[in-house]
Design a protein around this ligand. Structure first.
Ligand code: PLP
Length: 489
């Protein structure tokens, strides 16, 4: 702890929320003093929200709703501005009509299917629409569920792979004690968690400067009879690149014809599942490939819904092992479910359906195309500026990334640039690439609905100002790497 924190801690430990510097003689108990103080306070001059509260103990008495609101409202003003947050993939803007729908449905618990049968029916329709969009051979009968995010959806996809593998091994009289799962070193952290939480050996295929994504050769070198599945990412979190699902599927098809090993694929399409069908209809990555057994997507990313929603769909009902399914009674009938969470607000699911109706395929295309144009425009200017080299330009996901050209300067680095951009309000993360490429630091911008071309111009003006400022320094900015690596995937 440095000396500044020590000084502050002293005050924290001796903090009396009701301390009144004008009280020379402190009489009575703390409670009596506070009550006296409340009585003495002239609220016409000192607004109630300026009243002190103990931040770490629940107050004995409450306060007016407006006061409580103002307290919270004022405090979160210290957060970053969501519209200038270029680090997040998650939706930060929806139309006013969507906001109305959100407010009117946030008090409905999605799990109460009996009480809210129409909400349940709408959730079911979204599942059918996604199964259709991703070319399930049986879109009207296959299994799918909504979840709180792609992390939960990925866990479900992984669990289904594990159970499927266990069931097949048990049937063949083979051991089930050493399952493994294969993905690239650029995988999102949820898959590392999945492997850890469910005792599965993670096998990483490291990315390299020549191959920035999950390489089919590397997959073949990593799989064996204990592999529960291979997880390509459609839209790698670090760079926005699509991993080559069709090539990986082909390599695994060939492996099966050679050895009989049948290894399924789950596609983590957290971001790309809502981009590829509209911007890249020719890329084959979904259930058109028979080896792809399940796909997850975040409704709250390029599905354009506020935080708290993802989906997972299985290719066919049989791809979700029956023994993982729970049946909830609903409308006198029976509804199969598979989830880790129970109670959740309905709003996000309803907003997903709202977007499907409001935008249609054409609307999704228009929205994402506009984001891609912004990504291409900014990345082109960044490339032309001189100090930078592009890593990706937004051609897959509308996400681009760049690095500082080797040897350009020793005075500053991308972490300094990130901090400098923060002074304008922009949040642009800088971070190292995963193992084997961790000596390369990149910066990334996620372009989302609402990041318009006029904001793009303002962003570029600020970026140019920030780089000019850093260039103008006459000596190196001292570095402590512990402050540099602040962004997590
Ligand atoms: C590829 C990928 N998978 C999974 C996740 C986790 O998604 P969520 O934040 O919806 O839980 C992310 C989030 O960025 C991601 O990019």
């Amino acid at each position: 702890m440095n000396r500044y924190y020590k000084t502050y801690n002293h005050y924290l430990n001796h903090f009396d929320p009701f301390y009144n510097p004008s009280e020379h003689i402190r009489k009575g108990s703390r409670k009596q003093r506070s009550e006296q103080m409340m009585l003495n306070r002239d609220y016409t001059i000192n607004p109630p929200f300026a009243r002190n509260v103990d931040r770490f103990r629940m107050p004995d008495k409450g306060m007016l709703p407006e006061t409580a609101y103002k307290k919270v409202h004022n405090e979160i003003a210290l957060d970053g501005n969501v519209h200038l947050n270029l680090a997040t993939f998650v939706t930060t803007w929806m139309e006013q009509t969507a906001d109305c729908l959100y407010a009117e449905s946030v008090n409905k618990n999605l799990i109460d299917k009996d009480a809210y049968p129409q909400t349940a029916a709408i959730e079911e329709r979204c599942i059918r629409m996604l199964a259709n969009l991703w070319h399930s051979p049986h879109p009207n009968s296959t299994m799918g569920v909504s979840t709180t995010g792609s992390s939960e959806a990925s866990m479900l996809g992984g669990l289904a792979l594990k159970r499927r593998w266990q069931n097949a091994r048990k049937k063949a009289g083979k051991p089930i004690d050493r399952p493994n799962i294969v993905f690239s070193s650029a995988v999102q952290v949820v898959w590392k968690k999945f492997a850890n939480y469910w005792d599965i050996e993670p096998r990483y295929v490291n990315i390299s400067p020549d191959c920035l994504y999950l390489d089919p050769e590397g997959v073949l070198a990593s799989v064996d009879e204990n592999t529960i599945g291979v997880i390509p990412t459609l839209g790698v979190t670090y760079t926005g690149l699509y991993e080559p699902v069709a090539e990986i599927a082909k390599a695994l098809d060939e492996l099966q014809s050679r050895t009989g090993l049948d290894i399924p694929i789950h596609v983590d399409a957290a971001s790309g599942g809502f981009i590829a069908p509209f911007l890249h209809p020719d890329v084959v990555w979904d259930f058109q490939l028979a080896r792809v057994k399940s796909i997850n997507v975040s409704g709250h990313k390029y599905g354009l819904v506020y935080p708290g929603l993802a989906w997972i769909i299985w290719r066919e009902a049989e791809d979700l092992p029956e023994d993982l399914i729970f049946r909830v009674s609903y409308l006198g009938g029976n509804m199969p479910t598979f989830a880790l969470s129970f109670s959740r607000p309905s709003s996000q699911v309803l907003l997903q359906y709202y977007n499907f109706l409001r935008l249609g395929k054409e609307g999704y295309y228009e929205v994402h195309k506009a984001s891609q144009e912004v990504a291409h425009f900014i990345s082109k200017v960044i490339y032309d500026m001189g100090p930078f080299e592009l890593f990706t330009d937004g051609s897959d996901l509308p996400v681009f990334s760049w690095r500082l050209k080797e040897g350009y300067t020793s005075k500053w680095n991308l972490y300094d640039l990130s901090r400098q951009m923060r002074t304008f309000g922009w949040q642009v993360p800088a971070y190292p690439l995963p193992p084997d490429m961790e000596n390369i630091t990149i910066m990334r911008v996620v372009v989302r609905n609402g990041f318009s071309m006029d904001l793009a111009h303002l962003f570029l003006m600020n970026l140019i100002e920030a780089v000019s400022f850093l260039d103008s320094l006459n000596r190196q900015i001292p570095h402590d790497t512990k402050y540099d690596i602040a962004f997590h995937h």
